[in-house]
Design a protein around this ligand. Sequence first.
Ligand SMILES: *Cc1c(COP(=O)(O)O)cnc(C)c1O
Length: 404
Amino acid sequence: MPDVHIAPQGSAETIEEFSRYVIPNYRRYPVCLVRGEGSWVWDAEGRRYLDFFPGWGCNLLGHCPPRVVEAVRDQVGQLIHVPNTWYMEAQGAFAKALSERSFGGQSFFCNSGAEANEAAIKLARVWGHSKGRFKLITAEGGFHGRTFAALTATAQPKYQEPFQPLVPGFSYVPYDDLGAVARAADGQTAAVLVEPIQGEGGVIVPDENYLPGLRKLCDEKGMLLILDEVQTGMGRTGRWFAYQHFGIEPDILTCAKALAGGIAAGVMMAKPEIAQVLQPGLHASTFGGNPIACRAGLATIETIEEEGLLGRGLAIGGRFRARFESLRAELPDRIRAIRVRGVMIGLDLTFDATGVVSTCLERGLLINATHGHIVRLLPALNLTDDQIDEGCDILADVLREVAR
Ligand SMILES: *Cc1c(COP(=O)(O)O)cnc(C)c1O
């Protein structure tokens, strides 16, 4: 009989179980994580790691943030799930909290980033239906998820190629190029969908006029502006949402990853006049907006506000920047660029970062690499200065050694 308590076992036994029973669609490090607290995680052998990439960006408050743990524990004892054929207090409260911290929109809840983008694309199509507008413009190097429409929006051949043919009606333009969007747009274009900062694409920060320019273009041409804030949203960049740095508002915004402090959740927010076209029967998600996720989301907001973490995120980013600037002065042939927006950090190396990631892992530091040569860090908002220094020391040593 399966043991619901999961008897402790060594990493090797878990890895063996995976090789037999789990589909091998992920490249995994040979480490089994069993426990986490803040920016520390422990593996099955009791080894401790400093996590600069907790939960692939989902654990914005670190592992097991106390208010989220408490809210979830409380909620599972009251009501685990009720479908969206009923009203539930937590969903309404969470939608209100999100609306008040963004652009006064209304929420549709789902369970992941891809689903949130899928909803946004479907909303844009429904909105454009009566106007003969169905096309979407997205940016090269972007990442929007793995479901079919989200994958079609993801203008990266390596993700799309094996799944052709994709969803019709999408066209792709270079990121941070307003002229290209203007040329691609026509009377059949429903929306432009971009990330305010490309995450998976390598922490690419556009020119400060890019988003305002897109906003103006969308207004002039009668198109919707959809921002994918699945990675940048919920405080990652030092504001609740990254668009808030640019003095504009989107028509539709998607968020997931950090939305509920590590509990699976996604949301599409839309201006009420656009959202109202999504009438009953047109779109749905069985688990979307469930009370556990919504309570976790409310606890996430409460934690960020009570602990002043938006400002702390900017300070953390500043400390990382200072460390990396001095490292670049020391290793100018190894570090090409440093990109920091709050706790969204990219270190563009002049060489492949795979060895850097695995050597850091051996030394107890968890980081990520994207596009081969970009070290990406999505640390927690409650990372301490000592932890920053400890991790940066490890990373600096590794970069120095690789440099030799
Ligand atoms: C991770 C990510 C997604 C996909 O989210 P999932 O929850 O994995 O479906 C979409 N857009 C962006 C910008 C992301 O970073």
